[in-house]
Design a protein around this ligand. Structure first.
Ligand SMILES: NC(=O)c1ccc[n+]([C@@H]2O[C@H](COP(=O)([O-])OP(=O)(O)OC[C@H]3O[C@@H](n4cnc5c(N)ncnc54)[C@H](O)[C@@H]3O)[C@@H](O)[C@H]2O)c1
Length: 259
């Protein structure tokens, strides 16, 4: 019998969260620790990553280690996974969450550099993370990986061509990798958050109440999401409570992409 609540659902497990120094990554790290996991927090932002590791202890009474890691650099990702396995003796879960919206602009106005930077972080970063996490999970006898996609991985948005393409790519990569490793005990899924109040979204809205009103108007529940609401889904997908869920791109978005 699996527990109905997430309490203790990850006891003794070890997890990596990329982009764990802020927003959804921070909330995921804290929620995973509340569920009992040891967490390796990875980020390029040292101050944010260390603060998350401290919050894991203060808010969840859990164990976390911060590792500075840029998910666009293969050697960083390889070292990150080695550090996590070295610290906790195993790897059971990973949340590939580091990402950015990239600049606003229509496709013909986008520069190749803008395109490559956004795809490099949002899509290639997830590929590199999977490449090194999967062997570590196999060595631990299986586990669960959650890739942070977006509603922009399910439907189009004008003015964010690389973001939309990268997040559709994350959903596609999730499905391909899920099929490849299903029989070896690894479940790979994606979460497609709707607009959720994090530093990234605050930056995107730029303090303009009209933008916030317009975004909220597109959400049937009538409000932005909270990071802890996305983190709940992360914990569920990481735990055995979701043992029959594979290759799924799960919208957690107040109903934004219901068609
Ligand atoms: N907030 C939302 O409304 C929303 C909606 C849909 C999807 N998402 C996705 O959720 C994820 C997290 O978003 P957030 O809102 O928490 O953003 P955020 O900006 O608050 O946090 C992102 C974190 O990623 C880190 N990061 C950036 N580049 C990195 C790199 N090369 N290597 C490692 N870490 C790096 C940043 O330092 C930051 O700590 C992103 O993939 C984003 O696309 C967010």
């Amino acid at each position: 019998m699996v527990p109905l609540s997430s309490e203790g659902s990850l006891t003794g497990k070890a997890a990596i969260v990329t982009g764990g120094g802020s927003g959804l990554g921070r909330a995921s790290a804290i929620a995973l620790a509340r569920a009992g996991a040891h967490v390796t927090v990875a980020d390029v932002n040292e101050a944010g990553g260390k603060e998350t590791a401290a919050l894991v202890f203060e808010e969840a009474g859990g164990d976390a280690e911060f590792v500075r890691s840029d998910v666009t650099r293969e050697e960083d990702v390889e070292q990150l996974v080695d550090r996590a396995v070295g610290r906790w003796g195993r790897l059971d879960c990973a949340v590939n969450n580091a990402g950015m919206t990239g600049p606003n602009g229509f496709t013909a106005d986008y520069t190749l550099e803008q395109w490559n930077t956004t795809i490099g972080l949002n899509l290639t970063g997830v590929f590199l993370s999977l490449k090194y996490e999967i062997p570590a999970l196999l060595a631990s006898g299986g586990g669960s990986i959650v890739n942070m996609a977006s509603g922009a991985g399910l439907v189009g948005f004008a003015g964010l061509p690389a973001y939309v393409a990268s997040k559709h790519g994350v959903v596609g990569l999730t499905k391909a990798a899920a099929l490849e490793y299903a029989q070896q005990g690894i479940r790979i899924n994606a979460i497609c958050p709707g607009s959720t109040r994090t530093p990234m979204l605050e930056g995107f809205m730029g303090g303009d109440p009209n933008i916030e009103r317009a975004m909220t108007a597109g959400i049937p529940l009538g409000r932005l999401g909270r990071p802890d609401e996305i983190a709940e889904a992360v914990v569920w997908l990481c735990s055995d409570a979701s043992s029959f869920v594979l290759g799924h791109a799960m919208a957690v978005d107040g109903g934004s992409v219901i068609q």
